[in-house]
Design a protein around this ligand. Sequence first.
Ligand SMILES: [Zn+2]
Length: 61
Amino acid sequence: MKKIMELSLKKCWVGETEKIVYDTREEAEVAAKVAEYDHGGKFGVYKCEYGDHWHLTSLSH
Ligand SMILES: [Zn+2]
C-alpha cells in the first residue's frame, strides 16, 4: 500500500496561499493526476518563482 507521507510535505507561501512543495516535476505531475482523480477537474504543474521546486495549480474554470 502506498501512502503519501504527509509529515514530510513541505509548504511554500505564495502570496496569501500556502502551497504544497514538490521537489521534482515528475512528483508534481503524479500529484496532479491524483488530485484530478480525487477532486475532478484539471490540474497543471508549474515551477515556483520563489524556490527550486514545483507546485500544482487548478486549470479548471
Ligand atoms: Zn514555492
